[in-house]
Design a protein around this ligand. Structure first.
Ligand SMILES: Nc1ncnc2c1ncn2[C@@H]1O[C@H](COP(=O)(O)OP(=O)(O)OP(=O)(O)O)[C@@H](O)[C@H]1O
Ligand SMILES: [Mg+2]
Length: 514
């Protein structure tokens, strides 16, 4: 692929028929962090009114590029042009003034403010200096509804699920009349219906002449939505091409540098042995009477729309959320499960959905995060300190398998790209010796190559005799990996599907059926 050429791209209905006039441009941008060159002489141009996809492996430099182009980071070299004129962004408001809105990759709401306040922050309708709350809430609600975010907008942001928080972030960007909207992994942890709603929003923005920059590891989404796609690799731009001239496999090849047959590993049928986990009549919060069993070697999918209660169920089983009723047995023994401590002691491991809030200590090193739940194994009896060298070796071998590139495992986790943080946390659970692994959105934000590694890892844990519960908003993952699927709807079990009957449409039917 070479530099963008004025090619006709209209035939797939994906938008303008020639390369549009440039709105925002970066020229020869470079940016280094200690030990890492995040951007190496990068040039990109986003056209007026186009939807521009930006793809690449974890750590390729996508978020860094967008942060430079929106004034969050200062570049070391290069220049930024807006409508052809050089501009300098010293602080984010410089970019906001021009009409650039960013929906960042990390969840970033003010937790103590309501959803409505987060959406309307800075643009409160006021009269005579007084904020008119009823109007604020009404306007926020109206915007939320356009993206199918069906919540009481007066709720505190902290009380919302990760998917709901992401939708609030999207609503916040829509509330301002932006000329260019940057969406960095907007659909992480969103399910089909929300993704469909978001796609409509993107199309509407485009119809209004707004430019959208769209970053996602879900390549089908990128191919469906965009007019042009820029691929990044190792801090450089590989090229920009019209979407009409790209196929999924050619895109994968550009992203990872070689071809890759997308496939799911073989998973043997589970044994008929006694269940490793038995959950009976679980109730609490929105959850009512959920019962299921999990056998050794079985991969059980939990499907459902955002808000259907998938994550709540596993958090209750893990003792992370309180339950009103229900019995939880591990290997035939009733366990208290009033605290994650009880769950870990009983042999359960949970990779939570909200990795930054619940799964990680972002200020601690990669190595410390990976070995956090298994410190006991590395601790020398009676001394209680961690054998650092042993730890470092185990960590290194795991994360290398997942293709996590970092100069040192002693760096704080927060310096890794979003997807690479996820890989580190998956590695962490692989090291634990649990008999039940619960993965809530294990591939959120993870690149196409590493996804395959994670599928392989899940299959391997199952082959080793562990029971697996898998939650994923990407239905093809559930269909490709699970032996059996339980579909949740409004806090209850709506139905169950066995492998032979397992299709995306069968799952969706159960999600919606009344
Ligand atoms: N604040 C920071 N301090 C140190 N290194 C950083 C910082 N931000 C990013 N990096 C490094 O820069 C490189 C590019 O990261 P970036 O977040 O731009 O990747 P990305 O393409 O967005 O990846 P992902 O798909 O995982 O989100 C990575 O090696 C990352 O570790
Ligand atoms: Mg990123």
């Amino acid at each position: 692929m070479t530099a963008p050429a004025p090619v006709v791209t209209g035939e797939n209905g994906n938008g303008p028929s020639a390369v549009p006039e440039t709105l925002l441009e970066g020229r020869n941008l470079s940016k280094a962090f200690p030990g890492v060159v995040a951007l190496d002489d990068v040039s990109v141009a986003f056209g007026r009114g186009e939807v521009h996809g930006l793809v690449g492996e974890n750590g390729a430099g996508k978020s860094t590029l967008l942060k430079v182009l929106s004034g969050i980071y200062l570049s070391d070299a290069g220049e930024i042009r807006w409508e052809g004129e050089p501009v300098s962004f010293k602080v984010p408001p410089d970019a906001v003034k021009l009409g650039i809105e960013v929906i960042p990759q990390e969840l970033s709401l003010a937790p103590g403010l309501s959803a409505a306040e987060n959406i309307m922050m800075g643009i409160f309708p006021a009269r005579a200096g007084r904020v008119r709350w009823r109007e604020v809430n009404r306007e926020a609600k109206r915007i939320a509804e356009t993206i199918h975010l069906d919540i009481d907008v007066r709720r505190m942001a902290a009380s919302l699920s990760p998917a709901e928080q992401r939708l609030v972030m999207i609503a916040r960007a829509l509330a301002r009349n932006a000329r260019l909207v940057i969406m960095d992994e907007p659909t992480v942890s969103l399910a089909e219906t929300e993704v469909t709603a978001l796609k409509k929003v993107v199309k509407r923005l485009q119809a209004d002449g707004v430019t959208v920059v769209y970053v996602s590891h879900r390549l089908d989404e990128v191919l469906d939505l965009t007019d042009r796609i820029t691929v990044m690799k190792d801090g450089r731009v590989v090229g920009t091409s019209p979407t009409s001239g790209v196929t999924k496999s050619s895109l994968i090849e550009q992203i990872i540098g070689h071809s890759l047959a997308e496939q799911f590993p073989d998973t043997a049928a589970p044994t008929a042995a006694e269940p490793v986990l038995r959950v009976r009549d679980l109730s609490g919060g929105r959850i009512r009477d959920v019962s299921f069993e999990l056998r050794p070697g079985e991969i059980l999918g939990l499907a459902g729309l955002v808000g259907s209660g998938r994550s709540e169920v596993v958090r209750m089983v893990f003792g992370a959320d309180p339950r009103d009723a229900g019995v939880i047995e591990v290997a035939g023994k009733v366990e208290k499960m009033r605290h994650p401590r009880h769950a870990i002691a009983a042999g359960l491991a949970l990779l939570p959905e909200d990795r930054r809030g619940q799964g990680a200590v972002v200020d601690m090193s990669i190595a410390a995060n990976v070995t956090l739940p298994v410190l006991r194994r590395f601790a020398v009896k009676g001394f209680g300190f961690v054998r650092q060298r042993q730890e470092a070796k185990a960590v290194k071998s795991r994360i290398e398998r997942l293709g996590l590139n970092t100069p040192s495992t002693q760096r704080p986790l927060k310096f890794l790209s979003g997807g690479n943080q996820q890989k580190a946390l998956v590695a962490k659970w692989e090291l634990s010796e649990a008999s039940v692994f619960i993965f809530d959105e294990p591939t959120a934000g993870v690149d196409v190559g590493a996804k395959q590694e994670i599928y392989g890892l899940i299959a391997e844990l199952a082959r080793g005799g562990a029971g697996i519960i898998l939650i994923s908003s990407e239905l093809e993952e559930i269909v490709g990996l699970a032996h059996r699927v339980i579909v949740m709807r409004e806090g209850e079990v709506a139905g169950e599907l066995q492998r032979g009957a397992l299709t995306e449409s069968a799952i969706l039917n159960l999600c919606f059926a009344a």
